[in-house]
Design a protein around this ligand. Structure first.
Ligand code: PDD
Length: 276
C-alpha cells in the first residue's frame, strides 16, 4: 500500500524517518486515528479539528488546512482501495539537531499517514474484561500526544492480567482507559468523566453523548470512583477502534450479572445506525 509522507503519496519502502525527527526523539508530536467504513471517513471533521487543537496546545503549526488533509486522506483511501479500516496520521515538530527547546521557525512539521484494514462486521461486540491501574500520566491528557508511555504501561499490565483494557484512576477516581473512554450506568443514567485536562475527549464519547441526548437516555458528565464502577449496573468503553463495547468483568469481579446491559446494547445499536 501507499502512505502519505509530508505532501506526497509514496510507497512505504521509499520513506525513511530521520534519526533526528522530534517525534522519534522526544515524542514531540500529535496524532489521530480515524475510522473508515465502506470507503468513507467517519466523523473526520471532529478528528481533524481535534488534531488542530492538539497541535495548538503544544504550540506546533499545522502546515495544511483541514480540507487539504481530508483530500489527501480520500486519495490515500482510494489508492489503497480501503473499504473498512482506519487512517492513522501523525504530525511531529520536524527534523532538527537534538535540543529540548523548539527548532527555528523554518523547520517544517513532518506529516505521515497510512491506512490499515479493520473489518466491520456490523455485529454487536460482546463484553470484555478490564483491569484497574493507577493513572501515572501527565496532566495534559486532553492533548492527543505521541507520548504514550503511561498508556502503554497501563495496557501492558492489563494484557498480562489477561484483560482487554486498562481502566486508569487517579487516587480512586476513574479517568479513562489506556486508549478509550469509560462510562458507567447507574439507575438508568449514564455517567462519564467530564472533558477536562485529565482525559482525551474521545470522538466516540462525544457521538455517544449526542446519541443519549437525541434519544432521551439520561446522562451526566461527572467523575466516578472505582468503587462506584464496581457497583454499577453497566460499564462500557468507547473509542474509534472498539466503538461502544460492554465491560462485564473488572479485576476478576463481574459487573452486575456479568452480561452486557440494556443501555449499553441500546447505544451499540444506535451507534451502528450512525455508521450505516
Ligand atoms: N485512541 N482516550 C485515549 C487515551 C485514547 O487514546 C483514545 C483513542 C480515546 C478515544 O478517542 P476516540 O473515540 O476519539 O477514538 C480516549 C486511539 C483509537 C488510539 O490511540 O489508537
Amino acid at each position: 500500500g501507499k502512505i502519505i509522507f509530508n505532501g506526497d503519496l509514496k510507497s512505504r519502502s521509499e520513506v525513511k524517518v530521520d534519526i533526528e525527527d522530534r517525534g522519534y526523539q522526544f515524542g514531540d508530536g500529535v496524532y489521530e486515528v480515524i475510522r473508515v467504513y465502506n470507503g468513507e471517513l467517519f466523523t473526520e471533521d471532529m478528528h481533524l479539528n481535534r488534531l488542530i487543537d492538539s497541535a495548538k496546545l503544544i504550540q506546533m503549526k499545522v502546515p495544511f488546512t483541514i480540507a487539504e488533509i481530508k483530500n489527501r486522506m480520500k486519495e490515500l483511501i482510494a489508492e489503497n482501495q480501503l473499504k473498512d479500516g482506519i487512517v492513522y496520521m501523525q504530525l511531529t515538530r520536524g527534523v532538527s539537531a537534538r535540543t529540548h527547546s523548539f527548532p527555528t521557525a523554518e523547520v517544517e512539521p513532518a506529516f505521515v499517514a497510512y491506512t490499515k484494514e479493520m473489518p466491520y462486521t456490523g455485529k454487536m461486540k460482546p463484553g470484555v474484561n478490564a483491569f484497574t491501574t493507577d493513572d501515572i500520566r501527565w496532566l495534559r491528557c486532553n492533548i492527543k500526544s505521541l507520548n504514550l508511555l503511561g498508556n502503554i504501561m497501563a495496557k501492558q499490565q492489563a494484557v498480562e492480567a489477561g484483560c482487554d483494557e486498562a481502566i486508569q484512576h487517579r487516587d480512586g477516581t476513574v479517568t479513562e482507559g489506556s486508549s478509550s473512554n469509560v462510562s458507567i450506568v447507574v439507575d438508568g443514567q449514564l455517567k462519564t468523566h467530564p472533558a477536562t485536562n485529565l482525559i482525551l475527549n474521545g470522538i466516540t464519547r462525544q457521538v455517544m453523548l449526542k446519541l443519549c441526548a437525541d434519544h432521551g437516555i439520561p446522562y451526566v458528565e461527572e467523575a466516578f470512583t472505582v468503587e462506584d464502577m464496581m457497583a454499577a449496573d453497566e460499564v462500557l468503553y468507547t473509542s474509534t477502534s472498539v466503538e461502544v463495547t460492554p465491560i462485564i468483568n473488572i479485576d476478576g469481579q463481574s459487573i452486575a450479572a456479568g452480561e452486557p446491559g440494556p443501555i449499553t446494547q441500546r447505544l451499540q445499536k444506535l451507534f451502528s445506525e450512525e455508521i450505516e
